[in-house]
Design a protein around this ligand. Structure first.
Ligand code: FES
Length: 136
């Protein structure tokens, strides 16, 4: 192999490597999180969560909470605060979810009531089938 050919091949390989190393993180950043992931279904018995109670679970690697809202039924919300990602806590006495980091407050629909969170909590699908709650 001639020196000129070798240098051309070397530059092409280095250029391709540099392009991939810049493009891959950009594509990962721009792709919506969870895109293409299939939602994993899980089942919980209804009697594990009486009215007014809640249970922490993990849905598709996301910390979440199942809340049995009196008179409204079950809801499953992500516990990941939409401000900076701290985990919200269920406040049974005030019937809301509070973020311990910057005092963001969400209602039991996941909507922002006050504080810095820019958008509602992510909501997961939930169905009651007989004695079970099917999530996902
Ligand atoms: S991280 Fe939840 S309010 Fe800031």
């Amino acid at each position: 192999m001639k020196r000129r050919t070798f240098l051309s091949v070397l530059m092409a390989v280095l250029g391709s490597t540099a392009l991939v190393s810049f493009a891959y993180p950009l594509i990962r950043f721009l792709a919506p999180s969870g895109a293409g992931e299939k939602t994993q279904k899980m089942t919980i018995r209804k009697d594990e969560i009486p009215p007014g109670d809640a249970k922490d679970i993990i849905v598709n690697n996301t910390p979440a909470i199942v809340i049995n809202r009196p008179g409204k039924g079950f809801i499953v919300l992500s516990r990941v605060c939409t401000h900076l990602g701290c985990l919200v806590e269920y406040n049974r006495t005030k019937s809301d979810l509070i973020c311990p980091c910057h005092a963001g407050i969400y209602d039991l629909e996941g909507n922002v009531v006050s504080g810095p969170p820019p958008k509602p909590l992510q909501r997961f699908s939930v169905q009651v089938e007989g004695e079970n709650i099917v999530i996902g």
